[in-house]
Design a protein around this ligand. Structure first.
Ligand code: NI
Length: 178
């Protein structure tokens, strides 16, 4: 069990597309998942993608029952999601403020699909097939973007809605997906 270093924006490894997991029985996968949970907990995040700790595999973890940092946030089921595929349901988008453990001290307003279906596999290789909306949908889109080498600033449309947490107006009720 190891808390791993989180890569910061500018590291080219965050821009590389991740490879799918092919062997769910590989002990290294279970070790990776333990490390990801430890790292996420130590950082106080609600999600983490494997490329953020320098592992180029299609693995994300997310979820919380209640966040002390974000008591107003709706709960998101604790999930290990491997080889995910995300598709929008409908055309509606929501704008919401996001942060990222790989982009410390900053937040920006990011458009995301309001409602999505996501499919993939859990740690044992069992199928996951869910629909989600709201913050749950935002977290999944944010984490799965990491697997495509996309960081949230690359999705910002209005850069007036991007800045340092300590300088943004206090009414910016941002919730950091990770
Ligand atoms: Ni992130």
């Amino acid at each position: 069990m190891t808390v791993r270093a989180i890569l910061h924006m500018g590291d080219p490894r965050l821009l590389e597309p991740a490879r799918p997991v092919s062997d769910f029985s590989d002990p290294a996968l279970q070790t990776l998942l333990v490390d990801m949970h430890e790292t996420m907990a130590a950082a106080g995040g609600v999600g983490l993608a494997a490329p953020q700790i320098g592992v180029g595999l299609q693995v994300v973890v997310f979820g919380f029952e209640r966040s002390d940092r974000y008591p107003q946030a709706e709960p998101v089921p604790r999930t290990v999601l491997i080889n995910p595929v995300v598709t929008p349901i409908g055309d509606d988008e929501d704008l919401g403020w996001e942060g990222c453990l790989s982009v410390p001290d900053l937040r920006g307003e990011v458009p995301r699909w309001r409602r999505i279906r996501y499919r993939g596999f859990d740690a044992a290789g069992r199928t996951i097939d869910r629909s989600a909306d709201g913050f749950h949908a935002r977290v999944v889109q944010h984490e799965c973007d990491h697997l495509a080498g996309v960081l949230y600033p690359m999705r910002i449309r209005d850069f007036r809605r991007f800045g340092f947490i300590d300088a943004l107006p206090p009414d910016v009720a941002a919730i950091d997906p990770d």
